[in-house]
Design a protein around this ligand. Sequence first.
Ligand code: NDP
Length: 267
Amino acid sequence: MAALYCVMGDPIEHSRSPEIHRRFAAQFSIALEYRRINVQPGSLPSMVRRFAEDGGLGCNITVPLKEEAAALSDSLGDGARQAGAANTLSFGDNGRIHGDNTDGPGLLRHLRVNLGLELENASILIIGAGGAARGIIPALMGANIAKITLVNRTRKRALELARRFAPLGAIRAGNPEAETPPPADLVINASSAGLAGHPPRLPRSLAAGAHCIDLAYGKAAEAFMSWARRGGARSTHDGWGMLVEQAAESFAIWHDRHPDTRKLLNP
Ligand code: NDP
């Protein structure tokens, strides 16, 4: 019988996680069924329980449910605990749920190994303060960067995250209404504004000379990438590489084997 996994989120139809996990499974001849399940905020605990009762062994969690996923977990890995957000749930025999966060390790591996970027002493601007931002901040702070400026549509959430992560390193919440954020070496769009086709509501000059990456991929990344290119970015990237690398980390947690990501990165 095929091992059963899924990704839960809303929207979910666009998710390419099933394809990625099936291709990883094929590398090890693992029989795998991987579904997409649309889950509205508030109903994650019941949907996860039902999926586990149906024989599911684990699930990935995406927008906007990662904080809910951490809250429902019986235990958390270090990254998920620091982030207060989980994107990988594993079900134990005893019905217990363990939550991990592979977004941070996946992004780091993509930036360093696949894109060859130096992060040491980098100034980083992060746009967005949702589950994805929570997942990547602790990992970035562990990479000897200089500082992070965080801006978000709802400033209160940026202030909360800056307070939460201040013990890990230099981070402050910017106030773009009052002042332009400082120049950065790396601009990361961790907001989901691109799903509705919206570019950042920030001056394009912030992209000048910076490496710019949107965590979203495909069409959802187009508005940010065009904003960055027109602002004179040094390089622009969408979130495909991170998606593949965070999926590889999830796969390794579930199957105890690390897949080769190269074929998916360079199809
Ligand atoms: P959340 O729903 O948790 O957070 C969404 C964030 O986007 C919030 O900061 C929200 O601001 C902001 N936002 C939403 N709409 C707008 C808008 N119209 N204008 C400005 N800001 C907006 O989502 P996640 O953090 O989980 O995911 C964010 C993005 O990152 C998604 O596109 C997701 O697909 C991508 N992602 C990609 C991964 C990858 O592996 N490549 C991994 C994880 C995420 P506010 O607080 O004001 O609501």
